[in-house]
Design a protein around this ligand. Structure first.
Ligand code: FO1
Length: 310
């Protein structure tokens, strides 16, 4: 029976996801993944956060970038560039096989959940990866230069424009992945991995009824801080917080999730915040460099979860 649900977004979330997957069997742990970063590009349906987790769990991920595949070649991109095509979003030759397969399945009527299950099974992944919703939700980043589709903000413009807020287009008509509804009552813990709270986790939490459903689950909800010593390990979380005029601190991330949380995992660099928040905290090494770091943080998070009774 699935006892643990991990909520992930991009690269940071997938790192802890790998640690959890090394400890818990496929029958015990499932993942729910942000699809707000998804987009249609050059004719393909791209689901970057699902793919980052898929490649990470199947140990095919590019170890330097964190996204895409290792041992990648770029003939398609180079040739597209020669034609003057759009090449800001780097799609490797091997990676394109996945996007082609998924796009074809979706065109033939499969849901994103079905396409993801097929791909992850083919890659030998024993854990279930559930898109947060089968309905399209598309994150728009509002900036001082105007609204930008998420990948235009993140990849094309390298997170340069100053952020003023976020919109999740389609959210009002999205439903939580029905595969998750039956799970929530029997969970031992819900773990929010160290992903960007604004653009990786909020899209899930803003699906109508989801926040309430997670809160109503008997399982404690624990978040691992994506902010360490005032900085994001990867990505624009700290920059976004500064631009939104909130302090770029772990305490602010905990405050952002508010009463959803039953516990919060702080990094050693933020040990001074221990016992200063309204909820229980634990201090751990959250900066994951090695595989053992990922496993240790996963184990520490699970041990902490077991101490929290709702
Ligand atoms: N991230 C980049 O910074 N540059 C890219 O060219 C890029 C291409 C890409 C292709 C497939 C894929 O699954 C992910 C890709 N990513 C790229 C990562 C991705 O866009 C972001 O990490 C997430 O959307 C943020 O969580």
């Amino acid at each position: 029976m699935i006892r643990y649900l991990a909520i992930t977004g991009g690269v940071g979330g997938a790192k802890l996801g790998l640690g959890l997957a090394r400890i818990l069997k496929g029958s015990e742990l499932a993942f729910v993944v942000n699809t707000g970063d998804d987009f249609e590009h050059l004719g393909w349906h791209i689901s970057p956060d699902i793919d980052t987790l898929t490649y990470t769990l199947s140990e095919l991920a590019n170890p330097v970038l964190g996204w895409g595949r290792e041992d990648e070649t770029w003939s398609f991109m180079e040739t597209l560039e020669e034609f003057g095509g759009e090449s800001w979003f780097r799609l490797g030759d091997r990676d394109l096989a996945l996007h082609t397969l998924r796009t074809e399945m979706l065109r033939n009527g499969a849901t994103l959940t079905q396409a993801t299950a097929h791909i992850t099974t083919q890659l030998g992944i024993e854990h279930r990866i559930y898109p947060m919703s089968d309905q399209p939700v598309r994150t728009t980043v509002n900036t001082v230069e105007g609204p930008l589709a998420f990948q235009h903000y993140f990849v094309r413009d390298r997170c340069r424009p100053s952020v003023t807020g976020f919109e999740f287009v389609g959210i009002a008509d999205a439903q939580l992945n029905p595969k998750l509804e039956g799970l929530l009552d029997s969970l031992d813990a819900i773990i929010i991995c160290p992903s960007n709270p604004f653009v990786s986790v909020d899209p899930l939490l803003k699906i109508p009824g989801v926040r309430q459903a997670l809160k109503a689950s008997p399982a404690p909800v624990i978040a691992v801080s994506p902010i360490v010593g005032g900085k994001a390990i990867k990505g624009p979380t700290a920059k976004m917080m500064r631009e939104l005029n909130v302090p770029a601190t772990a305490a602010e991330v905990a405050g952002h999730y508010g009463d959803l949380l039953d516990g919060f995992v702080l990094d050693e660099q933020d040990a001074a915040l221990h016992n200063t928040l309204a909820i229980p905290t634990v201090v751990a090494q959250t900066v994951m460099v090695t595989l053992q770091d990922r496993i240790d943080l996963a184990q520490g998070t699970l041990d902490f979860a077991h101490t929290l009774n709702r």
